[in-house]
Design a protein around this ligand. Structure first.
Ligand code: SF4
Length: 161
């Protein structure tokens, strides 16, 4: 499972980088390949879900701490389109402590998330709780690339938090 420590210690970037490497090397479906099954199992622990702005705003309003920062994987693609993520609760606390995000109000977070309407919103579980809302960039997003390779991992409906 992805943990808060992975986010502040850099392991999350190593894991994303390894996954991107596999996706770059394989053009077709990975659904029946052993590596594909392992990747799907790892990704499933994040329970990623595509949510709309109202669901995102609701998650933000229910959080104790809210912070904004560059989407985590952009470090691996510094020249790519800039989008931001919102971090909640314990993940937000940790990202603030490390200087990886800035504290904000629920209204500010909602306003930031509204800035990138063409980038799907994805909420992910970190340390067992949905604490990251990303304005994803599909060409470089592990979840969207997984789906492109036949690994269906994104929930479209349902309880997100
Ligand atoms: S774009 Fe995808 S892989 Fe990158 S931080 Fe957002 S959800 Fe994670």
């Amino acid at each position: 499972m992805g943990t808060i420590y992975d986010y502040i210690g850099g392991k999350i970037l190593e894991d994303i980088s390894k996954a991107l490497h596999v996706f770059r090397k394989n053009e077709g479906s990975l659904a029946d390949a052993d590596i594909g099954k392992r990747m799907l199992s790892n990704i499933a622990e994040f329970e990623p879900a595509v949510i709309n702005i109202y669901e995102a705003a609701n998650a933000v309003r229910n959080a104790r701490t809210v912070a904004i920062g560059e989407r985590v994987c952009r470090t691996l693609h510094p020249g790519s389109i800039f989008t931001e993520s919102v971090f909640l609760d314990e993940l937000a606390d940790a990202m603030l402590q490390k200087g990886f995000a800035e504290k904000c109000s629920a209204e500010e977070a909602e306003s930031v998330l509204r800035k990138y309407p063409n980038h799907p919103l994805i909420i992910s579980k970190v340390s067992g709780k949905h604490q990251e809302i990303c304005r994803s960039h599909p060409p470089e997003c592990v979840y969207w690339l997984a789906e492109k390779h036949g690994l269906k991992c994104l929930k479209r409906k349902g309880k997100c938090r």
